[in-house]
Ligand binder design. Structure first.
Ligand code: PRP
Length: 294
């Protein structure tokens, strides 16, 4: 679609990706799954795609919303929590389903916590002062916010704060620091966001990129499923399967049996597996799908 010479001459879409941090590798993996080849030199802060009009800028996570608003970057992959905290004029285009986490309040395990009023008059350390302040104001809690830029979980142990407000994923950082999560302020995941004033050409490239991303994301959550079913049970089994359209039915070499193929949402599959077995399905295989275009 985009030849090498054509790419040299044309407008490129500048995408901001984390310079370091949890989203970086998954963001680059997503571009790879979308068939986009990026020439990454060691320690390079800028890289270009060789087969798509895309330029990657590796930036500090907390700077990305500002760069996106200013148009230094056209689009970005970043945590939804960062877009909320920074309150910039940018638009979320797509939720990407990875790097899921929550922004939570936590405090030392030994504390007897009953409700949010515990935080009244207390000091809370966080890298998310805006999100925390708006949560506290909404809940009429008057607490002091102590802003720090990293290692937030250590704050109560060194007497810097009574509690913390930070991202929690597996919960292991809280556990290792003797803290317990007591309130979830918001849930977040990686998102694709864009500058609000993209040119029509850039919007066109973005639409094509989003189509590829959706194709990859859909394939990740759906599975190809095959099962053997006695012919007289095909109708019954088909009705149990939460299929997209109708399943493919192929005859087996054994008389009276068929192989039933379908595509299903993996999560829904686990809800119906027992029903499928009771209805007579056997030899059920679940196979990953690489790409899925509807
Ligand atoms: C984040 C966050 C927590 C930790 C939580 O830090 O700030 O410290 O992850 O993850 P867990 O619940 O799985 O232990 P990260 O390592 O991303 O780096 P950061 O300190 O630069 O934010």
């Amino acid at each position: 679609m985009f030849s090498g010479l054509f790419l040299l001459r044309m407008t490129t879409l500048k995408v901001a990706v984390q310079k370091s941090g949890r989203l970086r590798e998954k963001s680059l993996q997503l571009f790879k799954s979308c068939g986009i080849k990026i020439d990454n030199g060691k320690d390079q802060l800028k890289a270009v795609a060789t087969n798509y009009p895309l330029e990657v800028l590796y930036l500090r996570n907390s700077d990305i919303p500002q760069y996106l608003q200013d148009g230094v970057a056209d689009i970005a992959i970043l945590g939804e929590n960062t877009t909320i905290e920074k309150e910039k004029d940018i638009q979320i285009v797509e939720h990407l389903g990875f790097s899921k986490c929550r922004l939570s309040l936590a405090l030392p395990k030994s504390e007897n916590y009953t409700d949010l009023s515990w935080f009244d008059g207390k000091k809370i350390a966080t890298s998310y002062p805006n999100t925390l302040q708006s949560f506290l104001s909404k809940n009429n809690i008057d607490a002091e916010i102590h802003q720090i830029s990293g290692s937030v979980e250590i704050a109560p142990n060194i007497g810097l704060a009574d509690g913390i407000c930070d991202l929690v994923s597996s919960g292991s950082t809280l556990f290792k620091n003797g803290l317990k999560e007591v309130e979830v302020i918001l849930r977040s995941e990686a998102v694709l966001a864009k500058n609000s004033n993209l040119s029509s050409t850039k919007n066109e490239y973005l639409d094509k990129l989003v189509f590829r991303i959706q194709t990859v994301l859909r394939a990740n959550s759906f599975k190809y499923v095959l099962m053997n079913v006695p012919n007289e049970k095909i109708e019954e089994v088909s009705q149990i399967l939460p299929v997209l359209k109708s399943p493919t039915v192929l005859p087996l070499a054994i008389e009276g049996w068929s192989s039933l193929h379908s595509v299903i949402d993996e999560n829904k599959f686990w809800d119906v597996i027992d029903q499928l077995k009771i209805a007579g399905a056997e030899g059920i295989l679940i196979v990953p799908i690489e790409k899925m275009v509807l």
